[in-house]
Design a protein around this ligand. Structure first.
Ligand code: FAD
Length: 303
């Protein structure tokens, strides 16, 4: 809708407190304490968490260092608070596109810290200039910390099914590859990405089936009830037990579907973003998905 597109374009120029009215449903807050509180609340509903410090595509390596320090503080605080959560991170916020060795060392340090608590770090997948780099990074870190790191794969990319096959060399029954499968959120060229809803969903389920076939551990990240239904069929077809997969959703999104998945006896993990960069994050996400602007109109005018 034109109005949605208009609103999403205007967002970066709107007053911060107005955007917060909408964003607060999707972001835990600015501080580590806010993220821990959100995780605790979800835990009380039987839901696991994965916490992400907002920030991506940084401009200099000082920001990369600061982001690493924030993750190291986060990990200590989460473990101290004893909430059921792991961690998600975006490699560009550690300088992946500025100096990949620096980014690698920062992320290695974060995974080492999580591993010292027997916990886990998910490497988010960003836009296509990062795909090869993020697979390379994942391979390298998994070599040293086989149980403590996972990667995200995007079903809209035409290469993904082959990427899954190519990574079989680092997969074993004892330490299965742990992939979060999502549709993909960035705007990608048609040459490399499926664009139509049906095509993306067909490939999503093909990729998921391959993961079940190979006995990998899929984190089924979606709010699309058709994909959830498709996933249920695959879980049954492959006789996957509850500890061999999990569902994942974003904080604040489709809580009714989330509850129905839990009520059906599956495990659920919610992605909790927090941090001082919430304004940039919200406006970027809303620009990418103008349909969400409808929710802003509601939040602004009907609250
Ligand atoms: P859609 O068909 O897009 O959505 C189904 C329905 O869900 C929509 O009709 C709408 O009602 C609702 N919905 C979906 N998203 C939102 C939202 N943000 N706000 C409000 N309502 C919404 N993408 C990446 O490219 N890289 C990543 O690393 C990554 N990590 C993710 C981690 C998790 C846990 C999740 C759940 C998603 C992640 N994504 C990531 C985003 C993903 O790629 C999709 O863009 C997003 O999940 C929407 O796809 P969908 O499967 O929910 O289906």
């Amino acid at each position: 809708m034109l109005i949605n597109k208009l609103i999403s374009n205007m967002l970066p120029y709107m007053p911060k407190n107005l955007v917060w009215v909408f964003s607060k449903e999707y972001i835990a807050g600015e501080s580590i304490a806010d993220a821990i509180e959100a995780a605790r609340q979800l835990n009380s509903e039987g839901i696991m968490a994965t916490i992400d410090v907002l920030g991506e595509f940084i401009k200099n390596l000082d920001e990369a260092e600061a982001n690493k320090q924030e993750y190291l503080r986060l990990i200590d605080k989460v473990e101290e608070a004893d909430v059921d959560s792991n961690y998600s991170l975006k490699p560009t916020s550690f300088g992946l596109l500025i100096d990949k060795e620096v980014a690698f060392n920062h992320i290695r340090e974060i995974v080492a810290k999580a591993a010292s608590y027997d916990n886990f770090v998910r490497i988010d997948m960003e836009d296509s200039p990062c795909t090869d780099l993020e697979i390379e990074l994942f391979r390298k870190i998994k070599e040293e910390f086989p149980k403590n790191v996972g990667l995200v794969l995007q079903a809209y990319l035409k290469r993904t099914n082959q990427d899954i096959r190519d990574m079989k060399d680092i997969h074993s029954d004892e330490v299965p590859l742990n992939f979060r499968l999502c549709k993909g959120i960035y705007v990608e060229p048609e040459a490399i990405a499926y664009k139509k809803y049906n095509d993306i969903n067909t490939h999503y389920l093909e990729d998921l089936e391959l993961m079940f076939q190979e006995k990998m551990y899929p984190a089924i990240a979606t709010h699309d009830k058709n994909l959830v239904e498709g996933a249920y069929k695959l879980i049954e077809k492959y006789g996957a037990t509850k500890d061999q997969y999990e569902f994942q959703m974003l904080y604040g999104v489709t809580p009714a579907l989330r509850k129905s998945i839990l009520d059906n006896g599956h495990r659920m993990r919610v992605y909790i973003p927090f941090g001082k960069d919430w304004f940039g994050y919200s406006t970027r996400r809303l620009k990418e998905n103008p349909n969400m602007a409808g929710a802003i109109i509601k939040a602004i005018f009907f609250k």
